[in-house]
Design a protein around this ligand. Structure first.
Ligand SMILES: Cc1ncc(COP(=O)(O)O)c(C=O)c1O
Length: 285
């Protein structure tokens, strides 16, 4: 496997991390995960623009233009002859003697490499289980930071309970999943938390909302409570790797008769059509 380190493509075993990299020591950095369909990185521009936004929010300057970075990522896909799977991309603040504060001269370090393909089709047709957990994260969840400690803790809790995701609740309100955005359908209307500092504004979430706009399907980006979640007709999550994923059981309570509901299926199909058409046009270009 070949990996991208700053502006060089290297063999996996040539890529080394400095023990004083602030990403390694503090989780001081930002990242993205991008899905590939038939060699095409889906919503690449959107992911790259969120990466630059996250970096900017933590006061980190990325010393390469977004277009140049996209080009390097395409080279990485080509050199690895990738078809399906994903790309992991992270930028840390750089290397310095260990101290919380840093100097302006510090140079960010970039690493990107292929992620293996993992099929989500079976889960998408059957639905997955979730648990609920308190949202005890900081109040800048809009930054896609390498600091994922609480997300890891609740995802592990879900995993140990045999569930796929942990749905987070802050002050009685459903914010998002440990690595996904959460949607409910009630009385034919879709609800999801607004894109504030309390959630990561998912690229899949944004794409789905654009699709809904195009079809004229109703939705509300409004906070909803845990009670509303538990009384919903349908629940699903979105993320880069899961796309539109039905949730059919939460904390042992069954939803939409234990299978993906009609709205969820409609959104899954609409999302898949957009993926196919965008990937198709990128292939022709
Ligand atoms: C906390 C959190 N929320 C939402 C998402 C979904 O974002 P996206 O659709 O861009 O993958 C993720 C993805 O990893 C996440 O970590």
């Amino acid at each position: 496997m070949k990996v991208l380190v700053n502006d060089e493509i290297l063999d996996r075993n040539q890529a080394k991390v400095d023990i004083e990299d602030r990403g390694y020591q503090f989780g001081d950095g930002v990242y993205e995960v991008i899905n590939l369909y038939n060699g095409v990185p889906f919503t690449l521009k959107e992911h790259i623009s969120r990466l630059y936004r996250s970096a900017n929010e933590i006061g980190m300057k990325i010393y390469v233009e977004p277009e140049q970075l996209c080009k390097r990522l395409l080279d990485l896909i080509n050199v690895n002859n990738m078809k399906d799977g994903g790309l992991y991309l992270q930028i840390t603040r750089g290397v310095s003697h260990r101290a919380h504060q840093y100097e302006d001269s510090i140079k960010p370090r970039l690493v990107a490499y292929p992620l293996p393909y993992k099929s989500v089709q079976t889960a998408q047709s059957a639905g997955v289980e979730a648990i609920t957990a308190d949202d005890l994260r900081w109040l800048r969840c809009d930054i896609k930071s390498l600091n994922l400690l609480y997300n890891i803790m609740v995802k592990q809790k879900a995993h140990e309970a045999g569930a796929f995701e942990a749905i987070l609740i802050r002050d009685g309100v459903v914010t998002e999943g440990s690595s996904s955005n959460i949607f409910i359908v009630k009385g034919g209307i879709l609800f999801t938390h607004p894109a504030t500092n309390k959630i990561l504004n998912g690229i899949t979430r944004t794409k789905l909302l654009e699709i809904l706009d195009k079809h004229g399907w109703q939705y509300k980006t409004e906070p909803f409570t845990k009670e509303a979640l538990m009384e919903a007709d349908e629940v699903f999550l979105t993320s880069t790797t899961s796309e539109v994923m039905p949730i059919t059981n939460i904390d042992g309570v069954t939803f939409s008769h234990g299978k993906p509901g009609p709205y969820t299926q409609k959104f899954q199909d609409a999302f898949r059509n957009v993926v196919n058409s965008e990937v198709g046009s990128a292939k022709k270009a």
